[in-house]
Structures are given as C-alpha cells and as structure tokens.
Design a protein around this ligand. Structure first.
Ligand code: DQA
Length: 143
C-alpha cells in the first residue's frame, strides 16, 4: 500500500488534555507524527485528517477512494450512532480499520455498540495511541 488516510472524529483534537486518564497524555499531533513515521518506514504516504463534523468525515472517506489504499478510522462518539458513516465505508470499497484508544467494552454500555465494525476490515481497541499504530501496521502488512 502506498497511501493511507488516518481519520479522526469528534473531540479527538483535544487529545492530551481531554480525560487523559481514559485517552492518555499524547496529543493528536504527536500521534499523527508517529503514524507518518511508521508509514514512511513502509514507503507509504500517510495523511491525517480530524473533524468534529459528520459530513466532513463522510467527504474525507469519499475522497479517499481517489487516492488511498486504506483508512484507519476512529469515529469517536459517531461510532455508536452513525449509519451514514457506515454507509460511506461500504460505498468507498477500500479497507477501513476501526480503532479506539480506550477499551470501549470496559466502559458504558452505549459504547459497546459500533455502527461500523461489521463493515470494517478489522478493529483495534484499548491500546491508547498504540491502537492507531497497530491498525496502521495491520493495513500496511495486509495481503
Ligand atoms: C473513542 C471511544 C468513543 O466511545 C468516544 O466517544 C471517543 C473516543 C476512543 O478512541 O476510545 O470519542 O473512540
């Protein structure tokens, strides 16, 4: 794979200061730097996008169809509600890996349900910032 989109959903721009006991102390920028570095070591361009708006996330998924071989996606709170994001993932037809910093299954019941898991290539939860790196690595090493 030579180009991958990392897509971050709502409130993830606040990483580092947002509930650090749940989401860790690393900022989004620091996580993105690690992802770009990992991509580079595989000869793959990694582009990172964050938005707090569902429609912008859908547009980013649609655009990815034109240039990316895969997507690492943390939809934040939209994970649990958005049929529109699920439909977008199906529509673009490129592999999407769902990632979450926290172990959503050890948290409130409403976080146990994901609208997108069934249409994703795979899923990584609970490893903090490393969830993203593991998700990216899985895509980079995919057959
Ligand atoms: C999250 C988990 C979601 O339930 C929550 O709404 C988030 C972050 C995670 O990365 O652990 O915003 O996606």
């Amino acid at each position: 794979m030579n180009a991958i989109l990392i897509l971050h959903g709502p409130n993830l721009n606040l990483l580092g200061s947002r509930e650090p006991d749940v989401y860790g102390a690393m900022t989004l920028e620091e996580i993105n730097m690690k992802l770009v570095e990992l991509g580079k070591s595989f000869g793959t361009d990694v582009k990172c996008v964050q938005s707090n708006h569902e429609g912008v996330l859908i547009d980013a998924l649609h655009e990815a169809r034109g240039w990316a071989n895969g997507v690492v996606f943390n939809p934040g709170g939209y994970t649990h509600t958005s049929i529109a994001l699920r439909d977008a993932i199906v529509a673009i037809g490129i592999p999407v890996v769902e990632v979450h910093l926290s172990n959503v299954y050890a948290r409130e019941k409403f976080r146990h349900n994901s609208m997108i898991s069934a249409v994703c290539r795979g899923k990584v939860v609970g490893f903090g910032w490393n969830s993203y790196l593991l998700g990216l690595r899985a895509l980079l090493e995919a057959e």
